[in-house]
Design a protein around this ligand. Structure first.
Ligand code: SF4
Length: 359
């Protein structure tokens, strides 16, 4: 019988399985306590369980599917982890530590998670889509990225962002399963508002999320306020054009009574003019949004014929001022981890060739 990864099960599902085998349901809570707050790596370490339950767990489940092959730390404190999955595919996760703005002696840690191996969408500025899509991650592989990074770094995780490899809303079922464990009180117990799902604009996924009671943050990568520009930067726009995406976002905000963040990558001479800023203001100023202007991180492995560069500071400033005049809250974001290709859009750039990762 093929063993299943226990990190893909909710506490309720685990309870159902062990009750069927004749054990009381409270044992599931104990097992979850060992799996998450204690982060054990074997069933034998679950000291308060009877031997026959440990034997059952060993026969039904396995515990670990991620093997950390490498860690790289950048000077700004971001740490990138390269994980090998059971089928030898590779994914990356990034740990970013920063000071709490309200209490600077307190460190807060954010993990950037991958949701797929590769990506379908081939955005022009992103390394993750360059070699195409391989497969969706299982919920257990998503959850285990957090456990592994916690163990390897010895740090607690306060925020989770799905901005690593892959498009999370193209892996909706496993994403939601993982979120029940990440957010669950018996699991990793990370508040929904500390979890951000970032999408390139997958309309069916945004609609499903609007109907889901989980109060996670949603961030939509826009990068252009007109279809022609967005088609060029993000092929997903041909499938889900702005004329459909923006009304879907407006509906999401209305249904959930939550703000949406639009991510806008500042690309010199491409989407950073005053005219583009005006178009963006017009597109999104009538509902509850905010904008993150992201300074572009050049790729080590840029696509052939593509020559993108970050906007000049003056262009970023003028762009920001135009949005502010339309009362759109706007922040400028400088990603950490650029030097180790761990910043926004750079994941999977450095290990397209396994060997080069270690050079
Ligand atoms: S930006 Fe996101 S959607 Fe686009 S290719 Fe990269 S991972 Fe995929």
């Amino acid at each position: 019988m093929t063993k299943i990864n226990i990190h893909g099960l909710s506490a309720e599902e685990l309870a159902e399985i062990i009750v069927k085998e004749g054990f009381p349901s409270y044992r599931a809570k104990q097992i979850f306590h060992w799996l998450y707050p204690k982060k054990v790596k074997s069933f034998k370490e679950m000291k308060n369980l009877p031997r026959n339950l440990i034997t059952l767990l060993e026969s039904l489940f396995h515990l670990e599917s991620l093997n950390c092959l490498a860690q790289q730390e950048s000077k700004d404190g971001a740490v990138k982890f390269l994980f090998e999955l059971e089928d030898k595919e590779l994914i990356e996760s990034v740990l970013i530590s920063h000071r709490d703005t309200s209490n600077t002696s307190r460190e807060r840690n954010t993990i950037c998670l991958s949701s797929q191996v590769g990506c379908l969408w081939h955005c022009l500025f992103c390394a993750s889509g360059q070699k195409g899509f391989k497969r969706n991650l299982e919920a257990s592989e998503i959850v285990e990225q957090i456990l592994a990074v916690q163990r390897l770094s010895g740090k607690a995780i306060h925020n989770v962002v799905f901005m690593g490899m892959g498009e999370p809303l193209n892996n909706y079922e496993q994403l939601m399963r993982a979120l029940t464990i990440i957010n669950g009180r018996e699991g990793l117990n990370i508040g929904a508002r500390k979890i951000t799902i970032s999408t390139c604009g997958i309309i069916p996924g945004i609609k499903k999320l609007a109907d889901n009671p989980l109060q996670v943050e949603l961030s939509v990568s826009l990068h252009g306020a007109e279809d022609n520009l967005r088609n060029y930067l993000m092929p997903v726009n041909r499938r889900y054009p702005l004329s459909q995406l923006i009304p879907t976002c407006r509906e999401y905000v209305k249904k959930k009574n939550r703000q949406i963040t639009f991510e806008y990558l500042m690309l010199k001479g491409i989407n950073d003019s005053a005219d583009e800023a005006q178009k963006l203001s017009k597109l999104i100023s009538d509902f509850n949004t905010k904008v993150n202007l992201i300074i572009y991180n050049p790729l080590q492995t840029a696509q052939e014929g593509v020559n993108l560069s970050p906007s000049d500071p003056a262009a970023v400033y003028s762009f920001q001022q135009i949005l502010k005049k339309s009362n759109i809250p706007v922040t400028v974001r400088y990603s950490k981890g650029q030097a180790i290709q761990a910043a926004c859009g750079q994941l999977r750039g450095a290990h397209l060739d396994r060997q080069s990762y270690f050079d």
